[in-house]
Structures are given as C-alpha cells and as structure tokens.
Design a protein around this ligand. Structure first.
Ligand SMILES: *[C@@H]1O[C@H](CO)[C@@H](O)[C@H](O)[C@H]1NC(C)=O
Ligand SMILES: *[C@@H]1O[C@H](CO)[C@@H](O)[C@H](O)[C@H]1NC(C)=O
Ligand SMILES: *[C@@H]1O[C@H](CO)[C@@H](O)[C@H](O)[C@H]1NC(C)=O
Ligand SMILES: *[C@@H]1O[C@H](CO)[C@@H](O)[C@H](O)[C@H]1NC(C)=O
Ligand SMILES: *[C@@H]1O[C@H](CO)[C@@H](O)[C@H](O)[C@H]1NC(C)=O
Length: 336
C-alpha cells in the first residue's frame, strides 16, 4: 500500500515536471509579444520583388526595422574628412583587449597614405547604468571610435550590428568611397585592400560588393543550433550567394542600397547570409575577387604570404600584435 502511494506520488511529480518542461520549451518558441507590441507597423510602399516578402516580426528574426537609437555615436567624424575606406569592426562589449590590439595594429589610421577611418560596432548590455556601459562610454571618449545602438548584444543580433554600421555610413559618412565590414578577430591587410584591390586612382565603383563568396549554403532548420532559421523567416532551401562575415567590402552607394532594402524585407539572424539576400533583392551581382585574398580561416603567419592577402580569420589580440610587429612597416625583401 505504502509502495503504491509512493508510486502514484512519483507519477504525479513526473507528470508535473513534464508539463513544466513542456511549457518552458513552448514559451521559448512562442512569439515574444513585447517585440511585437513595441514594433511600429511599417507600410511597405513598394514590394521589392513579386513574391510576398513583407515587413513582419517573428520571434526567431531580429526585430527590424525598429527605431534603434544610438547610445554612443560619432556623428561628426566625417565632417572634416572624406575617407577612402571606413573599417566597420564588429565585436563584443567585453572585448576591450581586441579593440586595443586593433587600434595598435591594422586599425591604426595613421599607418596609411589614404584616409582610413576605424569604427567599432557594439550592441547593448541591457542596462545604461551598469559597469560595462560606463566603461564603454569612457572608452568612447578616449578614442572616439565606437558606435552603439540599443539592441541587445548577442550572436543572433549580429545582423543588426552590421546594419547599424551600414546605417552609420549612409547617414554620417556617405562620401566615403568604400567600407569594409570586419570582425575584431581577424588580420586585415589594409594596404593590399586599398592599393591592389580598390585602387584609389580608379573611379569609385558602383553596386560593388566583394569578399569571400559562399555558394549554396543551406538554412539550418534544427532549432538547437545557433544558426537556426525557421521557414517562416526564410522559406527557400538555399541562401543566395553571399560574402562571409569576417570581411566584405562595398561601395558607399551599395551601403545605401543595403540599408534601404533591409527596411523592407525580413531580416534573418544570419549576418552574412543576409548580405546575399539583399543582393538578390536588389538584383545586384556579387563581384568575384581573386581566389585566396579573403580567407575565412587562420593562416600560419608568413611575411611574404601575408603581403598578398586581405583577410585571415581567428587571431587573438596577442597573436595579432606579434604578427604586426613583423608585418608592419611592409618589408618585401626576399618576397617574390
Ligand atoms: C599609430 O601609428 C603611429 C605612427 O605610425 C604611432 O605614432 C602611434 O603610436 C600608433 N598608435 C597606436 C595606438 O599604436
Ligand atoms: C535582439 O535585440 C532585441 C532588441 O534589443 C532584443 O529584444 C532581443 O532579445 C535580442 N535578440 C536576441 C536573440 O538576443
Ligand atoms: C526563393 O525561391 C523563389 C522560388 O524559386 C525565388 O523566386 C526567389 O527569388 C528566391 N529567393 C531568394 C532570396 O533566393
Ligand atoms: C579559433 O582558434 C581557436 C584556437 O585558438 C580554436 O579553438 C577555434 O575553434 C577557432 N575558431 C574558428 C572559428 O576557427
Ligand atoms: C627586411 O627583411 C630582410 C629579410 O628578412 C631583412 O634582412 C631586413 O633587415 C629587413 N629590412 C627592414 C628595414 O627591416
């Protein structure tokens, strides 16, 4: 009898836990209504394509368009200068060391013989009065190279971070010739990018976007992965060709076009695939760059080889500093 009671009790407990678990799971996949109620319903003047893309909001898509506000901005950076290249550097709030390493290495504007402007892109911790935010404001005062909007700084909001950079170019630095979106864990050879690829002596290209192209990539449909994109957010089985996140370069007119089209189509949480969707919507073809100059992986440092690439990925700040010591100023003695 006692045994039986115990079994029943245990069963009830199990059932209760099961319901609880189920409910919690459901909650995380239910629309988070606070997004939806906060979001303005935007009228779409002109569908971009015949198909039924519309501004809609889904719990698995970053909320956009949304009137994000700049918590930190650099509105006057381009008042007295016209950059040739704006370097937009995506990273996380706590990665101060990475930012310092970049300021001292490839992000040092005074290294270059053309006007290069460095901007770090950051999201928000969620509290204006916390230590992270205080320190960031100090850092911004000291270096004047940080912009921040009030979206939460998370992996699945990375598209919003890049869009913030693109918005900044279109609103506060539209006369730049080019911009590159990069990450704070890459090696960037600005000199090669400027002089060999972009070439200041040739007229600025139009509808130009290039980088490491990715073909035929498929949306992740399993919601256990951080790349998850449900069909309701992106229905097709493959993404259009897009440029990998660690570094893609575009002309200023392209920044304006991407910014404009992003207001009208669903923004997906995959930062780089989104640039492909924008190109597709805009009917603008990707510009293919020579093989091997944009790299999405780490390459063992070699002075001569590094003089002929633009990006390589996944360098800690210490590794970057030590590479840079040998790499800059350029020394091509012994290189073919
Ligand atoms: C940037 O380079 C200039 C000149 O090459 C140098 O004087 C300056 O210390 C460098 N800045 C940083 C943060 O390393
Ligand atoms: C993205 O940012 C929005 C706006 O701050 C926030 O409500 C949302 O929770 C963030 N999304 C994720 C997946 O972190
Ligand atoms: C998705 O597929 C449809 C049907 O094939 C096509 O018309 C549309 O252009 C595709 N969209 C993207 C973003 O690839
Ligand atoms: C980056 O390098 C670290 C080792 O330093 C490695 O553990 C990690 O998997 C690498 N990440 C990528 C994306 O290559
Ligand atoms: C350039 O590299 C060569 C070969 O490593 C070296 O002998 C030379 O001293 C270097 N020149 C400068 C100015 O560092």
């Amino acid at each position: 009898m006692v045994n039986c009671k115990f079994t029943i009790l245990a069963l009830i407990l199990l059932f209760y836990l099961g319901v609880l678990y189920h409910f919690q799971n459901q909650q995380s996949s239910l629309p988070q209504t606070h997004f939806i109620t906060k979001l303005p319903i935007k009228e779409i003047q002109q569908p971009v394509n015949n198909h039924t893309y519309a501004t809609f909001h889904h719990p698995h898509a970053p909320p956009y368009p949304y009137p994000y506000e700049f918590l930190i901005n650099q509105p006057d950076k381009c008042k007295d200068r016209t950059p040739f290249l704006v370097i937009l550097i995506s990273g996380r709030l706590n990665e101060l060391e990475a930012r310092h390493a970049i300021r001292a290495t490839w992000g040092n504007e005074s290294n270059y013989d053309v006007n290069v402007l460095r901007i770090f892109l950051l999201g928000f911790s969620g509290s204006v009065s916390d230590r992270t935010q205080m320190m960031l404001e100090e850092e911004s005062k000291a270096f004047g190279d940080i912009i921040q909007q009030d979206f939460i700084d998370t992996y699945r909001n990375l598209t919003l971070k890049s869009l913030m950079g693109i918005e900044w170019v279109t609103k506060f630095c539209p006369k730049t010739s080019y911009a590159i979106k990069t990450d704070n864990d890459i090696f960037l050879n600005v000199d090669y990018l400027v002089h060999k690829l972009l070439q200041p002596e040739v007229p600025v290209r139009q509808n130009y976007i290039t980088g490491l192209i990715v073909y035929g990539s498929r949306p992740e449909r399993n919601n256990r992965y951080r790349h998850y994109v449900p069909k309701e957010v992106y229905p097709n089985d493959t993404y259009p060709p897009y440029f990998a996140g660690p570094g893609y370069v575009f002309s200023a007119d392209m920044a304006q076009k991407i910014y404009d089209v992003a207001q009208k189509i669903p923004v997906i949480p995959i930062e780089d695939a989104f640039n492909g969707i924008c190109m597709h919507e805009l009917h603008i073809s990707p510009t293919i760059s020579p093989r091997g100059i944009f790299n999405g992986h780490r390459i063992q440092y070699n002075r001569c080889q590094f003089q002929k690439i633009i990006t390589a990925h996944n360098y800690s700040s210490n590794l970057l500093r030590s590479i840079w010591q040998d790499f800059w100023p350029l020394n091509s003695t012994g290189c073919k």
